[in-house]
Design a protein around this ligand. Structure first.
Ligand code: ADP
Ligand code: MG
Length: 478
């Protein structure tokens, strides 16, 4: 096998384990320049690429290389700008991906999608779709939002029944769009033939304006004739849009008179809708009006659990309460923190710590005082310098005490943190095996050596351990 073939085989193994964008960036034009005495030398075009490969992907590269050729014992990285220009030598990593199947020229219409033919053009289709991810059964019900949820369920069971119109209001990020769309999805599940039209009030206004401009009001009105259920999101947007209000008034009446279900959402109650025609206000309020309020602590924790499950994010329970303690007002923000954590896990391959979460929350909301964690700017840049500091950090990370780490007990829950502490003290502080052994209750230096070797070995295989150590190192300020 030539060096080039060897490298391509290694890259093929690596490629599924690394995000495509990163892979394309960092492995482009790389070559294996030599394999001598078990050392594989990889030459890359830039110092950045070397930094990324050696810091982030070293283990993965090693694992892949070892699988292809078991004589490989270590990897070295060299930079040479020549590889970038030298055509034919560096691997063009784009070729490692299967060619993308041709994009379908036409979007397949699904049941939830309502066609809105724009006036003046029979081809162009504008759609606002129900998003399938919004469902009634993934809306977390706490003590405060039981009523809105129950009302939605009732409407979904019996559209056009007594809760008509259903008007849901509450401030931003509390789940109005989720609920209104969830009802639409639920109705379609039970009554697949019903025609459901979902749109934001803003969209409605745009379409009215266009229809007036093109003198197509009649056609515009006709769109609503066959609708069984009209969902309009954020009706506060109708304020001061007089012709749209008028148009919506007619649409509303016609649907209502025919027992078609209407659901509306807004950031305020009907009576607080300033600059809205009184006739509309009174109609909005004549069915069922429910308010969404910010979830309490327990509900916030429950929502975080549900979303973490959706994001496939494993988190320590302490982190859920920490987030719930610090983010109160909007479910969207709770979700935002989790999204950033997902990115953190994917990018840096580390288990999020309370400290990482505190930093994310601080970034998102600069003015806020973080409860339950003190981010001291100076402490942030401090590097753990003593073995005791390292043991303390490891102990906190694994939820055990420093005494348990330094003690004799041979339970797994203490052994792993103990071995990791020894490994980090050896590698980060450079203490001798003897000195570390003495610090750990007079243990023999061979015990320490064994612990360090074992950790090094496990680090080649155990992704969870890699993440743990990365997180601990971050806590150490490394
Ligand atoms: P609004 O329309 O009120 O501004 P959204 O419906 O867009 O808020 O909600 C923001 C995000 O929070 C959405 O991703 C939604 O799924 C989620 N969300 C809000 N409330 C809940 C809840 N009780 N359970 C689960 N997810 C929720
Ligand atoms: Mg919304």
């Amino acid at each position: 096998m030539s060096n080039k073939e060897l490298w391509i085989n290694i890259l093929r193994r690596l490629q599924p384990t690394i995000k495509k964008a990163h892979f394309l960036t960092w492995f482009q034009s790389t070559v294996v320049s030599s394999l001598k005495d078990g050392t594989l030398t990889i030459t890359v075009p830039t110092v950045y690429a070397r930094k990324w490969l050696s810091e982030k992907y070293d283990l993965k590269i090693f694992q892949a290389a070892e699988e292809i050729d078991s004589s490989i014992k270590s990897i070295k990285y060299k930079v040479s700008s020549k590889v970038a220009d030298n055509e034919g030598e560096g691997v063009d990593v784009k070729t490692l991906f299967a060619p993308e199947t041709e994009k379908k020229a036409r979007k397949v219409r699904n049941q939830n999608e309502i066609k809105i033919t724009r006036p003046g053009s029979s081809e162009k289709v504008a759609t606002q779709m129900l998003n399938n991810k919004y469902r009634l059964n993934n809306f977390v019900v706490g003590s405060d939002n039981r009523l809105p949820h129950a009302a939605c369920q009732a409407v979904a069971n019996n559209p056009g029944g007594i809760y008509n119109p259903l008007y849901i209001y509450g401030s931003v990020g509390l789940g109005k769009t989720h609920l209104i769309q969830a009802v639409g999805n639920e109705i379609l599940r039970t009554y697949p033939d019903m025609v459901i039209k979902y749109m934001t009030a803003e969209r409605f206004v745009t379409e009215v304006v266009e229809a007036i401009g093109r003198r197509h009001m009649k056609r515009f009105k006709e769109q609503y004739r066959n609708v069984d259920c009209l969902l309009i999101d954020d009706v506060q947007f109708f304020a001061r849009k007089n012709s749209s209000q008028q148009e919506f008034f007619h649409t509303f009446n016609e649907l209502y008179d025919n027992n078609k279900q209407i659901i509306l959402t807004s950031d305020r109650s009907p009576s607080e809708l300033d600059d809205l025609d009184d006739r509309l206000k009174s109609r909005f309020g004549m069915g069922m009006v429910v308010e969404l309020i910010a979830p309490d602590f327990e509900t916030r924790v429950a929502i975080l659990h549900q979303k973490a499950k959706e994001f496939q994010l494993m988190l320590d329970p302490a982190i859920f309460s920490f987030i719930a303690n610090n983010v109160h007002n909007s479910v969207r923000e709770l979700e935002g923190v989790l999204r950033q954590l997902v990115a953190e896990v994917q990018l840096f391959e580390r288990v999020p710590t309370v400290k990482a979460v505190a930093e994310i929350i601080k970034r998102m909301n600069k003015a806020q005082k973080i409860i339950g964690y003190d981010i001291d700017e100076k402490a942030k840049n401090k590097v753990a310098k003593s073995s005791i500091e390292i043991i303390d950090i490891v102990a906190t990370y694994y939820n055990v005490t420093a005494d348990q780490i330094m003690g004799k007990a041979r339970h797994k829950e203490f052994m792993v943190p103990r071995q990791i502490s020894m490994y980090l003290i050896k590698n980060e502080l450079g203490h001798s095996f003897e000195r570390i052994g003495a610090g750990f209750g007079g243990r023999n230096h061979t015990t320490v050596m064994h612990a360090c070797n074992k950790t090094t070995q496990m680090l080649r295989k155990d992704l969870r351990l890699i993440r743990d150590i990365n997180s601990i190192k971050k806590e150490m300020g490394l």
